[in-house]
Design a protein around this ligand. Structure first.
Ligand SMILES: [Mg+2]
Length: 285
């Protein structure tokens, strides 16, 4: 078994920081993958800066942290970065604080949007009062809410449509099937609008888009002002070529694919050049 932990042990002096995807990399559903908890402890005891970086946008940092802890992974909410955490930066940069946004689905408990000072609205009768839309995930009344959002963008085509998780689908470890991701939902709605001649620009926050990396690098530098961190000495580890590997490559981070999740070895040859990993391992540890 070829693991990133072995590589890390031989090269740790050349590794400035590690960014770890969670699902498919550290955890598989309710279980830790291999000996991933021991590797996290090792990073911590060696003082290697690290963050968990997840496109799961509908669980708060506290919720995600409790999933990790239940699987035996020693984690702190402060060590986790969710795509929905970037809502705080978007809200501050664009003056969305105290503005009302229509929310499709959930954005964690507590909600990332509420924590960012955005007023959440899920009442379709009030959608026209909203500054924009944020596409969360989870259980909600797709029929009425998606139709309301479709109507909203026909009337307000210049309003922001924020999509924390760009993924089209996600593997559901509970039943072995797939869930429709926020990205898939948003592109369904904008696809219909496109057919009507209305082009809506989606603002994606998670991997592979730069928002989550800007946010992470900023946090990394603030947390470790004493370290001189170089982008190409940051190792971005994940199981999905389209998000983890493409995102790391486009940002100038060293990309590491682990074959313990979604992407398989045979997918690499067919992947676009920007989605091929610098390093490949069977698993994290
Ligand atoms: Mg993953």
């Amino acid at each position: 078994m070829n693991t990133f932990a072995q590589y890390y042990n031989e090269n740790k002096n050349d590794i400035d920081a590690v960014l770890l995807d969670i699902d498919g990399t550290v955890l598989h559903g309710p279980r830790a993958i291999g000996n991933s908890p021991a590797f996290i402890d090792e990073l911590r005891s060696n003082g290697t800066p690290f963050f968990f970086l997840t496109n799961d946008g509908n669980h708060s940092l506290e919720q995600k942290c409790s999933f990790l802890r239940r699987c035996g992974v020693n984690a702190d909410p402060e060590e986790i970065i969710s795509c929905s955490g970037v809502i705080a930066k978007i809200a501050a940069d664009n003056n969305y604080t105290n503005k009302k946004f229509f929310i499709l689905g959930e954005l964690g408990t507590p909600s990332f949007a509420a924590e960012a000072g955005i007023i959440e609205c899920r009442n379709i009768d009030e959608i026209d009062e909203c500054t924009g839309v944020i596409n969360g995930e989870g259980d909600y009344d797709w029929h009425h809410h998606m139709e309301a959002v479709l109507g909203y963008f026909i009337d307000h085509p210049d309003s922001p449509y924020i999509v924390p998780n760009p993924d089209s689908y996600w593997p559901n470890s509970k039943n072995g099937k797939f869930g429709v991701g926020a990205g898939g939902q948003a592109r369904f709605i904008t696809g219909l609008l496109g057919e009507m001649g209305i082009n809506i620009k989606l603002t994606y926050l998670g991997k592979p888009y730069s928002g989550i990396y800007d946010y992470t690098i900023d946090k990394l530098k603030k947390k470790h002002p004493e370290k001189n961190i170089s982008l190409n000495r940051i190792y971005g580890i994940g199981d999905y070529l389209k998000s983890d590997i493409r995102g790391a490559n486009n940002y100038g981070i060293t990309s590491v694919l682990v074959l313990s999740g979604v992407s398989k070895f045979e997918h690499i040859a067919d992947a676009p050049a920007d989605s091929r990993p610098h390093l490949i391992f069977d698993s994290l540890n």
